[in-house]
Structure formats: C-alpha cells, structure tokens
Design a protein around this ligand. Structure first.
Ligand SMILES: [Ca+2]
Ligand SMILES: [Ca+2]
Ligand SMILES: [Ca+2]
Ligand SMILES: [Ca+2]
Length: 203
C-alpha cells in the first residue's frame, strides 16, 4: 500500500504541471492577439450640437408620453450647448448643456453628431450624465441636477447607444428633456454634461 502512494503523487504533480503549462502558453497567445488589435486607435468625437428652443423662439412642452407641442410664450431658454475637449487630444468628447429659465412642463430636445474619428469600428456601451453611467436600457432617466435630491428632469435618449459605428461614419443622437412638476424649479438654470463610453466592435 505505501509503495502505491509514493508512485501516485509524482504522477499527479507531473499532470498538473503539464496542464498548467499548456494553459499558460494558450493564454499568452490570446493576450498577444488582443494587444495587436489594440494598437489601432479607438476614438470618437461629438459634433454639431443643436436644440429645439433657440433664442427668441416660443417654448415647447411635452406630456408624460412625449407628445410635443410648441406653445405661444417665450419664457424658457435659450439653451446653451458647449462642446468640451476634456482630455486635450484635439477633439470634443463632452457636451455641456445649460437649460435656462426652466419651469414644470418645459421641453427641450438636444441633438448632436457622434463621429468615429478613430481607426476601428466601435459600439457605445454607456452614456455618462454628470459622471453617472447609464446603459441604454432603460432609456428613460429621472435626474436631480441641482442637488436637492428631488428629480428635476425626465430624460429619454435615442436607442443609437449600442449600435455599431465604423471609422469616418457618424450618426445623430438625441435626448428628450422634460422639466418635472415642482414649483421650486421655476426660473432655475440646470446644467449637465453628456459623455459616451465605447468599445471596439468586432463581428
Ligand atoms: Ca479623442
Ligand atoms: Ca424659448
Ligand atoms: Ca478629447
Ligand atoms: Ca433637484
């Protein structure tokens, strides 16, 4: 019985080493392939922001099902849109939105182009609003923008998040914004930033 044990242990050790060695070699190869793909630049930029409520235009309103209409008064707006290059690489990666003179029921539609200025196909996995990350499901968010822990806006974003974008191509992403019912919000200025997170897309 003793002899049998001494023989069995070395065989198990050799087998374990052989398996580990194989797995290590296989893993190294996989890492090398990923490294090669990553040398192509993944990059994108935001361009051409625009909004519904332009200076001197009557305001828009929306109901809870996003039916939109233009009213007969100009109290809200104009909305300020500013593109920002936060990492200094020469292209704009952030859109800063400033909603002015808002009131409950006020509606705004923000649109902008997302351009793949890198070298690889990409797809967007998240949208970042005021440094909070969201995926495209659900596409409707309630956000507190002035820090009083009461949501101020309801926001709906287009379902392009998750789609595939090839180098040199662009598409338009839009955000519907509705100011929620809350008397304290009347006349306030609300600011938020929009960024996107993308990954390499491969079939
Ligand atoms: Ca960039
Ligand atoms: Ca207006
Ligand atoms: Ca940049
Ligand atoms: Ca609030």
């Amino acid at each position: 019985m003793m002899n049998k044990k001494f023989v069995t242990i070395p065989i198990l050790l050799i087998s374990a080493l052989a398996i580990t060695g194989f797995a290590y070699a296989h893993w190294t190869k996989t890492l090398t392939i990923i490294g090669n793909v990553d040398t192509a630049e993944l990059d994108w930029e935001l361009r051409n922001p625009k909004c519904y409520d332009k200076p001197g235009e009557n305001d828009y309103s929306a109901d809870c099902e996003w039916h939109i209409w233009q009213g007969d008064k100009d109290v809200g707006g104009p909305t300020l849109l500013e593109l920002v290059d936060t990492d200094g690489d020469g292209d704009n990666d952030t859109l800063k939105v400033t909603l002015q003179n808002v009131y409950p029921g006020y509606f705004e539609d923000i649109g902008f182009h997302v351009h793949n200025n890198g070298e690889v196909p990409l797809h967007f996995t998240k949208i970042i609003i005021n440094e909070q990350e969201f995926t495209s499901n659900p596409p409707t968010l309630f956000l507190d923008l002035n820090g009083d822990e009461i949501p101020d806006i309801k926001l709906l974003y287009g379902n392009n998040v998750g789609g595939q974008l090839h180098p040199c191509m662009w598409w338009e992403l839009s955000l519907y914004i509705l100011i929620l019912q809350n008397d304290a919000i009347e006349g306030q200025t609300l600011t938020f930033t929009i960024q996107l997170v993308a990954e390499n897309w491969s079939p």
